[in-house]
Ligand binder design. Structure first.
Ligand code: ZN
Ligand code: ZN
Length: 93
């Protein structure tokens, strides 16, 4: 069974090669990878535009409840004013 290919004029974010066909219609065009780069697994999708988010691991402390924080979606500059996910959610609710 043949898959429908979407035609376009994109660029691989890994090697810069032109991509003219994709098995899907891309919503974001700045993090596309050609088949070679995709197969080699070298190119991780860029952070912007969704996809998987990189988590930073460490040993921090929540400034609100004192719970330890081991993962953050960003790299904190200092230890001050960090909040755990629970407190973060509470503060936004
Ligand atoms: Zn490539
Ligand atoms: Zn907390």
């Amino acid at each position: 069974m043949e898959r429908e290919m979407h035609k376009g004029d994109w660029k691989c974010c890994g090697c810069g090669k032109a991509i003219t066909e994709l098995p899907f219609q891309p919503k974001i065009t700045n993090n596309l990878t050609c088949r070679d780069c995709y197969a080699s697994g070298k190119v991780a999708p860029k952070q912007n535009g969704g996809g998987e988010r990189k988590m930073f691991e460490g040993d921090w402390k929540c400034s609100q409840c004192g719970n330890s924080i081991t993962k953050l979606p960003f790299e904190p500059k200092g230890n001050a004013n960090l909040t755990c996910i629970d407190c973060y959610k509470k503060s936004r609710a």
